[in-house]
Ligand binder design. Structure first.
Ligand code: IPM
Ligand code: MG
Length: 351
């Protein structure tokens, strides 16, 4: 029996509730396949600010570095959202974590479940067959560029800067993913305006010539936002910068019907981090209403990353059959509504 050491950063809001269900499912996987998972919890976000004054305490970061993987819940608290003068913010914890762990690639798969097509506000025939992967650069661009204010406070700036190396390493992952899928890759940028986007194109054009088996297309981000709603099934893999990826991944979540279904993985040089793409959902906290599926599927991505393919597949199968049976949390408007805990029980049971 092998021991798999997980750092658990369940964070704020519904984070702890949904993470608890993912751990239940991981334990079921452990039982079935003979793995032993160990879980070390550490604070991050608003919870960490309350306890230590910092959104990412050093002890939390150290724990992540010596773990096999990080399971992350959610971050954010309404107390900070409308206060532009707040000196520390929960989100800084997440950004620092990405930076310090070198998690430069964020993978966000989006698929429309056949049984849940009716949930999307988009017409069923438009979203049928949607199965795509957004590969978002995560440690560069405008999120991490130089920023500041003029002395009089009346102007402010944020810089979007990318090096060739940063673009190459994320695109390498995108080409690899495309090769393992339907072999289509869209670079989404704003090369008609931004110099940094023109560097992305230069890099991708060169890589495209070295990967003739991949069909590469180039799309401006404004058009991509429209195409994601008009004809989303045309996409296989999308690779894009930090900010564009942030925006487009929320847009594409509408295709799956609920933000509560979408997992993500953040990978890079060392340990990987796995988290649902939704936020802390303060309005749902403590009511057993949150949808744990996104976090449970993030745990499946975690297992895939540790090369435990059968284990990951077992989780996905359990999720699919559970959803297909017509049960779900309220956001899925299911035939039979259950709470967050019951949803976790059902999926763990099926594993
Ligand atoms: C995400 C989130 C974060 C981001 C926030 C919480 C800083 O929106 O993971 O998409 O902008 O990257
Ligand atoms: Mg976002």
């Amino acid at each position: 029996m092998s021991i798999i050491k997980l750092a658990v950063l369940d964070g704020d809001g519904i984070g702890p509730e949904v993470v608890k269900q993912a751990i239940k499912v991981l334990n079921a996987v452990g039982q079935k396949f003979g793995h032993d998972f160990s879980y070390d919890y550490a604070p991050v976000g608003a919870t960490a600010i309350d306890q230590t004054g910092e959104p990412l305490p050093d002890t939390t970061l150290e724990l992540c570095k010596k773990s096999d993987a990080v399971l992350f819940g959610a971050i954010g608290h309404p107390r900070y959202d409308n206060d532009p003068s707040a000196k520390v913010r929960p989100e800084q914890g997440l950004l620092k974590l990405r930076r310090e762990l070198g998690l430069y690639a964020n993978l966000r798969p989006v698929a429309a479940y056949e049984e849940l097509l009716h949930l999307s506000p988009l017409q069923t025939d438009r979203i049928k067959g949607v199965d795509m992967l957004i590969v978002r650069e995560l440690t560069g661009g405008i999120y991490f560029g130089e920023r500041g204010r003029s002395e009089d406070g009346n102007s402010a700036f944020d810089t979007c800067s990318y090096s060739r190396m940063e673009i190459e390493r994320i695109c390498k992952i995108a080409f690899r993913e495309a090769a393992a899928r339907r072999k289509k890759l869209h670079l989404v940028d704003k090369a008609n305006v931004l110099e940094s986007s023109r560097l992305w194109r230069e890099v991708v054009r060169k890589m495209a010539s070295e990967h003739p088996e991949i069909e590469v297309q180039y799309m401006f981000v404004d058009n991509a936002a429209m195409q994601l709603v008009l004809n989303p099934a045309q996409f296989d893999v999308i690779v894009t910068s930090n900010m564009f990826g942030d925006i487009l991944s929320d847009t594409s979540s509408v295709l799956a019907g609920s933000l509560g279904l979408l997992p993500s993985s953040s990978i890079g040089s060392s340990v990987g981090m796995f988290e649902p793409i939704h936020g802390s959902a303060p309005d749902l906290v403590g009511q057993n209403k949150a949808n744990p599926v996104a976090t449970i599927l993030s745990a499946a991505m975690l297992l895939d990353h540790l090369d435990l393919r059968d284990e990951a597949a077992a989780i996905r199968r359990a999720v699919n059959t559970t959803l297909a049976s017509g049960v779900g949390t309220g956001d899925l408007r299911p035939e039979k509504k259950v709470g967050c805990t019951e949803m976790g029980d059902l999926i763990a049971g099926r594993v």
